[in-house]
Write a protein that binds this ligand. Structure first.
Ligand SMILES: C[S@@+](CC[C@H](N)C(=O)[O-])C[C@H]1O[C@@H](n2cnc3c(N)ncnc32)[C@H](O)[C@@H]1O
Length: 299
């Protein structure tokens, strides 16, 4: 393949890339991976019956998932069966410890719609809630993200899933063993707090969030002695979502896409470390390689 053909193919891949996300979102939404949990291997007909969908549509969805490495397709004596791959068992079954199911659902139900208005977000420089619902661009965080109890629970699940995935990298980005207390403002379900108390046996963490989120938090808590070192407090001030600007000029994937998610859903942006300087003498940033970076500012 010539270089030209190679980069043409790469571009085609990019053009059609949204189809891969939507296959994953649809399979999660229809609970395909739940149907195949615990090592079950089922035919397309069986799966269609369990998820209440057409056999021909289900077969195509299952094949697409197999092509993406999410399902294993096996054929024995002329019968085709589908089972979860390790990746799907770990992350896509809804109740699993490492499940990203809530996060995928949030992307399917909300972020997908918002992203269809990316042109407008760029032109207007603001979030696009007003195009996908009756909400306004300047509505509060609560009114934008939690218009109903159901949306509140879904967003909370999404944040919990995402934070679990990156919490270890953030908690260990710096040696925090010299600290005895920490506070997580906008700490949601306490997923980061849990990782922090696991890493630092002498640390106590207070999680602040909106009262309605604090109410939901107990249902996300793992039990155990470490949990006793975490307390939850309702808050009402401001919250800072962080993802830092880098010196390098070339944005990389996936962090390069994060500002778009911030713009389109929260009218947010990245900040450079210098913008954190106010009142602190030493500001250090560690790029974790995940979506969020860690900033440690000391006086
Ligand atoms: C993008 S989420 C991040 C959640 C959490 N830091 C995590 O990583 O899982 C932002 C969080 O800030 C909370 N929040 C929004 N406005 C707030 C306020 N005024 N005071 C405290 N928390 C707030 C939201 O309820 C939500 O849990």
């Amino acid at each position: 393949m010539s270089n030209e053909e190679g980069s043409g193919q790469e571009l085609l891949d990019l053009i059609k890339g949204f189809r891969r996300s939507k296959v994953l979102f649809t399979a999660c939404k229809l609970k395909v991976f739940d149907t195949l949990k615990n090592g079950a291997v089922l035919t397309a007909e069986d799966v269609a019956g369990k998820i209440n969908a057409s056999v021909c549509g289900t077969e195509q969805l299952l094949d697409a998932c197999a092509a993406l490495g999410l399902l294993e397709r096996t054929e024995r004596v002329g019968v085709v069966g589908y089972g979860n791959t390790e990746l799907a068992s770990l992350y896509l079954v809804s109740e699993g410890e490492h499940s990203l199911h809530g996060f995928v659902t949030h992307y399917n139900d909300h972020i997908w719609d918002l992203f269809t208005h990316l042109e407008s977000a760029v032109q207007e420089g603001t979030n696009q809630f007003h195009r996908v619902s009756r909400r306004r661009a300047d509505d509060s965080f609560k009114d934008s993200f939690y218009p109903s109890k159901e949306a509140q629970l879904q967003f909370t699940r999404a944040m919990h899933d995402l934070t679990k995935l990156g919490a270890h990298a953030v908690a260990t980005a710096f040696d925090l063993s010299g600290f005895t207390s920490a506070c997580d403002l906008g700490g949601c379900t306490g997923a980061l707090a849990h990782r922090l108390v696991q890493e630092y046996p002498h640390l106590k963490v207070t999680v602040f969030d909106l009262p309605e989120i604090i109410e939901l938090a107990p249902s996300f808590q793992p039990v155990g002695q470490q949990a006793a070192r975490i307390s939850f407090m309702p808050a009402g001030g401001i919250v800072i979502l962080e993802s830092t600007k880098r010196k390098q000029h070339r944005a990389t994937y996936p962090t390069g896409l994060w500002p778009k998610v911030l713009l389109i859903s929260a009218k947010g942006r990245k900040r450079a470390p210098a913008e954190w300087q106010h009142g602190f003498q030493d500001v250090r940033v560690v790029h974790t390689g995940g979506l969020l970076d860690a900033v440690l500012a000391t006086r």
